[in-house]
Structure formats: structure tokens, C-alpha cells
Design a binder for this molecule. Structure first.
Ligand code: CDP
Ligand code: CDP
Length: 226
């Protein structure tokens, strides 16, 4: 309708996309959709079924056979894989290390993008990912490209992990940089800043500053859409 818009938030790992998107959705009473969680769920399922991350045909067939659902919740979003709650399991280091390879497979993306477009059909959605503004929702009324220095992004993740995974800050920074590189260099819908996206560098911004900024931008876009 004319009283709601779609908001696309893209950017590299640890830029603050999901934290900020969740806040913006809460403020506007919109639905938050974390598309990275979908790619993580496919990756988790493939790993659990012994499918190799380089077997594109098997990954494609697998992605087409599983059932992934996202449900808004108090904490943001509950992710279900064939009915099972995998919200925590999809954040494992194992999944993180393989997700970029799985998400580079064309048929995996086709399946998930179709779901994402369906979810955004009625507007009033804040969707975060890598290719939302550039590919999934090219008509989104507001597109934000959220970024921050790789050092800051690694530090944020390091604090968030709080010792889990037993990984050093330096190693984390290398792994984040490597995942960004893979996401930027893949052939199909790579991580890019859409030409009409507003770039926000959150390196020295708080979560609330970024969220308020996006809410204000959305109010402007909403007024324009009317
Ligand atoms: O939260 P974090 O930044 O660690 O990553 P995520 O948003 O959970 O996304 C995990 C991975 O999924 C990314 O590194 C991409 O490889 C892939 N992804 C994608 O290809 N397209 C999207 N729209 C969202 C995520
Ligand atoms: O979704 P994405 O990978 O872009 O990042 P995130 O998971 O939302 O944020 C990564 C971490 O950075 C979280 O622990 C946030 O609380 C934190 N963060 C921050 O400290 N300052 C910001 N401006 C944004 C996020």
C-alpha cells in the first residue's frame, strides 16, 4: 500500500545490518527478514547431510528439497529448518566458514530469492543481506549500504563471540575479509552497492545513531511515496 515501503539494507559482514534492521523494523512496526539466515540454514543442512560445499549439483537439489521458515520473534527472528529450530545452530563457525561457497551456487540463490520476494510482496519489510537492493528488491523505496572498517567489524564480532569458538581477533579479521572477498567476487548477484543506495559508514556510529538515521530516511521516502 501507500503507507508502507520496503527497506533494503546491504553490506559486508559485521557492519551492523541485522542489529540495525531489527531496530528499524521494531520502530516502524515492519517485518524484519534476515536473508543471511536463509543461506546459513541451507549451509547447515548441507553440512549435516554430508554434502560437500563444492558439489553444486547436490547443493542445488538439496536447497530445493528443504523447508526453511522465518518467524518474527522477541529476539528478532526464529529460523526453522524442516520444522526444527536452528536459530542458534546456523551461527556456528563451521557454517560461517562454508556459507559463502554455498551461497555462490545459482540454484541455491534462485530458490531463496523467490522466497524473499514473496515475503516482501505486501511491503512493510526491512530486509538485510548482500544483494537486496541490487537484485532481490530493486524497487525497494529505501536502499541503504551499511559499511564499517574491517578492523571495527572484526572487533564487533569478537566482542559478540565473547570467547566462543576460541578464535583470535586477528584470525577473525582474516576470515571476515576472506568472506567479504568471496561475496564480492562471485558471479551471481555479488555484494555491491546499488547505484541508488545511500551509503552509511557506521565505523564510529552507535547502533541507535544508525537506526535513527535509517528511520528518518524512511519517513522521508514514505512522504515521497504518498
Ligand atoms: O551476519 P553475517 O554478516 O555474518 O552474515 P550473514 O548476513 O548471516 O550472511 C552469511 C552469508 O550468506 C554471507 O557471507 C553471504 O555469503 C551469504 N548471503 C548472500 O549471499 N546473500 C544475501 N542476501 C545474504 C547472505
Ligand atoms: O548483520 P551484520 O553482520 O552486518 O552485523 P550485526 O550482526 O548486526 O552486528 C555485529 C555486531 O556489531 C553486533 O554485536 C552489534 O551489536 C555490533 N554493532 C555495534 O557495536 N555498533 C554498531 N553501530 C552496529 C553493530
Amino acid at each position: 500500500g501507500r503507507d508502507r515501503i520496503n527497506i533494503a539494507i546491504d553490506g559486508p559482514a559485521g557492519a551492523g545490518k541485522s542489529t540495525v534492521a531489527r531496530k528499524v523494523a521494531e520502530t516502524l512496526n515492519y517485518i524484519y527478514i534476515d536473508t543471511g539466515a536463509m543461506y546459513r540454514a541451507v549451509t547447515l543442512s548441507a553440512l549435516n547431510n554430508g554434502i560437500k560445499a563444492d558439489d553444486k549439483e547436490a547443493l542445488s537439489r538439496h536447497a530445493e528439497s528443504i523447508d526453511i521458515t522465518l518467524m518474527p520473534s522477541e529476539a528478532g527472528q526464529v529460523v526453522r529448518l524442516n520444522g526444527e529450530d536452528v536459530t542458534t545452530a546456523i551461527r556456528s563457525r563451521e557454517v560461517t566458514l562454508h556459507v559463502s561457497q554455498v551461497s555462490a551456487v545459482e540454484r541455491v540463490r534462485l530458490r531463496l530469492v523467490a522466497m524473499q520476494r514473496q515475503l516482501a510482496h505486501n511491503k512493510g519489510v526491512v530486509m538485510d543481506g548482500r544483494d537486496i537492493g541490487s537484485h532481490v528488491l530493486p524497487g525497494a523505496e529505501l536502499k541503504v549500504f551499511l559499511t564499517a572498517s574491517v578492523e571495527e567489524r572484526a572487533l564487533r564480532r569478537f566482542k559478540e563471540l565473547n570467547g566462543r569458538d576460541g578464535i583470535s581477533l586477528e584470525q577473525l579479521e582474516r576470515e571476515i575479509a576472506e568472506r567479504d572477498r568471496k561475496d564480492q567476487e562471485r558471479e551471481i548477484s555479488p555484494l555491491v552497492c546499488a547505484p541508488d543506495a545511500i551509503v552509511l559508514d557506521s565505523t564510529s556510529m552507535t547502533i541507535d545513531e544508525v537506526a535513527d538515521n535509517i528511520v528518518n530516511l524512511s519517513r522521508t521516502k514514505l512522504a515521497e511515496a504518498k
